[in-house]
Design a protein around this ligand. Sequence first.
Ligand code: SAH
Ligand code: SF4
Length: 391
Amino acid sequence: MTANLLEFDLEGLAAFCAGLGEKRFRATQLFRWIHQCGVDDFENMSDLAKSLRQKLQLHAHVAALPILSQQMSADGCIKWLFDVGAGDAIETVFIPEDDRGTLCISSQAGCAVGCRFCATGHQGFSRNLSTGEILAQLWFTEHFLRKHFQREERVISNVVMMGMGEPLQNYSALLPALKTMLDDHAYGLSRRRVTVSTSGVLPMITRLAQDCPVALAVSLHAPNDNLRDNLVPLNRKYPLAALLSECTAYLKHAPRDFITFEYCMLEGVNDQPEQAQELIDLIRLHAKNGLRCKFNLIPFNPFAESGLRRSADEQVQKFARLLQGAGIVTTVRKTRGDDIAAACGQLAGDVQDRTRVAQRVAAQRAEPIHWMAPTPQGAGADRSVTADPKP
Ligand code: SAH
Ligand code: SF4
């Protein structure tokens, strides 16, 4: 078995090269050939000594992921389905905009969090992706797109860890991948242009702040614990008050001076004016301790089994205006690539559920969703209170 060099950040590659009796600058050259030039054949790495090229042929390879399909949407988004073996497939999406090209990357085959409104969550969980499988998505698409658009310079300017999976539940593989995205000898992306999106794995937010503080997006989706427990099951472990305190602490390290909160707009579930008010109260409470944030409202992208509906546009706008009126910067996300099911939460790949997450999510789906009117104590108050059913 030879080593897949996509598994290494520069430090890892230097250690691998040291094992071959090679100096560190050779690792840097090799790293540049692979990530900056997209070369996977050691023979073509012309400034490497012949002896090194021979050693690499014996001990190493660069493993692209087999492509199962590639689809282009009417608005220019491209979605790839990659085979990661044993019946699992993951998805990656390129989203072109006037001033940037964003790649949405998967971190796991499936997801164990099981959010109620997410197609990935409904599929269950198979396994974590390795660093090489995370990076292969960027490595392949960047060099494919350069050829496709006949560009010499970089096409992908931003990366968002918003594909399939919960990146902070795969931290050890994520970290070297992030470091490679930022490395000037590889993709050279600034920390502001790499975003980790999480449903709120609190201890790993703390670790990320120390190890590699990139831009942070937190999927909030509810203004109180009762509703969030139901929509994002991880909330039962890491409730809102603790999550928002952690977000405040992250700001000391963050490359931007705000956290982005994502809020998926679900008709009759979390989109009422009372809930906007409850959200405003919650944010104000934490703003006193230094929390600065922006909201990104995501119109729900429906999929067959969810049993949920997208909020009407007017409802989304009204919710946005209420937050804006309270001084909270709020945008509504444009839905992109939905004709090829490449929009947020529609990425489902093809995953073998090996941990019965799908079964748990199906059982949870049978529970009605209730929403809570604000309690006098504010959000995060007595969580054992029974929710008032929405009339
Ligand atoms: N696991 C991470 C990142 C992947 S999900 C997280 O939850 O943040 C990326 C974003 O898509 C999250 O904000 C998620 O809440 C949102 N999302 C999931 N399903 C969706 C759907 N059906 N419609 C709209 N957004 C959805
Ligand atoms: Fe997992 Fe994120 Fe989907 Fe929740 S929204 S199930 S955390 S991928």
